[in-house]
Design a protein around this ligand. Structure first.
Ligand code: RP5
Length: 155
């Protein structure tokens, strides 16, 4: 299954690019799109509604400010949605974080740290790994490599 990465603006691209390398390393196919819940609501509806039948298993949504992108996506699909709060100039990303993490009961969004696109990708991989042994093995190897780095660190 594939991962859909959506972001509210091209200004989110640099932060969201943290997810690309991780998914590539795990051999997971992904699609990236700029879609805004408030600037292109019709596109948001059309794109998100079509994800399941196009073979996507997880959605990663990055947005900033009054960040409703992930919540709207979660309302439009029953695929798991992972939110990446963008760092922002005025409030340091706390605005994005609270907008994403405080979803009302019934429509969950899994929110990672401010700017946490890499973790969003790892979490997406873990979800797909539930039904894909190959991805599961790659995540285990990734974990082992990061543990090995710590074990080999001499200070
Ligand atoms: C949000 O507004 C986007 O996700 C972005 O983080 C923020 C600012 O967008 P731009 O003004 O840079 O297009 O919708």
């Amino acid at each position: 299954m594939k991962v859909a990465i959506i972001m509210g603006s091209t200004s989110d691209l640099e932060t969201m690019s943290g997810a690309f390398g991780i998914l590539e390393d795990f051999g997971i196919e992904f699609e990236k799109r700029v879609i805004s819940a408030h600037r292109t609501p019709e596109l948001m509806f059309e794109y998100t509604k079509g994800l399941k039948e196009r073979g996507f298993g997880v959605v990663i949504a990055g947005a900033g400010g009054a960040a409703h992108l992930a919540g709207v996506a979660a309302g439009l699909t029953t695929l798991p949605v992972i939110a990446v709060p963008m760092p922002t100039k005025n409030l340091g990303g706390l605005d994005s974080l609270l907008s994403m993490v405080q979803m009302p009961t019934g429509i969950p969004v899994a929110t990672v740290a401010i700017g946490g696109a890499k973790n969003a990708a790892i979490l997406a991989a873990e979800i797909l790994a539930l039904s894909d042994k190959e991805i599961d093995g790659k995540i285990a190897a990734y974990r082992e490599a990061s543990a090995e780095k710590i074990r080999n660190t001499v200070i």
